[in-house]
Design a protein. Sequence first.
Length: 255
Amino acid sequence: MKVEKVLEKISTQGVFSLMSEDFAGRQMTIAEVEAIFKEFDSFWMYQGDPSSERPHALLKSGLHSNGFINCRAVLDYPVFCMLFAQEMLKIIEATLASNALRQIDGIACSAYSALDLGFCLSWLFSQKYKKRIRHIIVEKDKDGNPTIIRGGLNITLTILVINELMTTAAGSIQETKDAVLYCNGKDDGPFVFETSFVLMHRSSDFNLADGSLVQPVFHFDIENFEPDQCPYCQAGSQAIKPKHGNNWQLLHGLA
């Protein structure tokens, strides 16, 4: 189905009328992604020039930003989790050679928003490439960072690392990759593909902190700023955490 028809379908029939067949033979576009996420009130970007009258986003990393994407609000629904897993699979298949796809033994993702996405993607791989494929969960530590894999992993495994969102090079994708590489402590870990994949890429970095490549499914031109270099702060705009209290409404100008 053409993009215009999909957008019309969302507008007239609702977002739950969408089917994977609507995107058959092509990649979902940014316009379609934004339309879906906006239906869940999970996408925000600062409108216009920086102003003291409108706040901007304070991220978990401490950076300030002119945009925010709440993936969990969409991926909590299995139908959309599977839909976006299918979109991620298209990019993975276009990036990796066919023999590499057949070598994958497990797909690793971090808690919490990426968990169901990782499960759906693992299921798709199990149906198409290898039945014996694992969904590997990297749990968060006391500081909220994905670093824990209980029991370690067999060193003979070949692992693909994915995530739902990337903001910084040293963020949760790098932490997830490191968790897999060092899951056995001082002993060797499994093999991890150098390229990692992310569903929603809102970063200026296309490499992780270790220099390895990140392949996005969807890229958004959302900017991040150090607090002392933030043009929004310089204009008198307040930096607020989007998920706290009624801050989401404040960002949208509804409170």
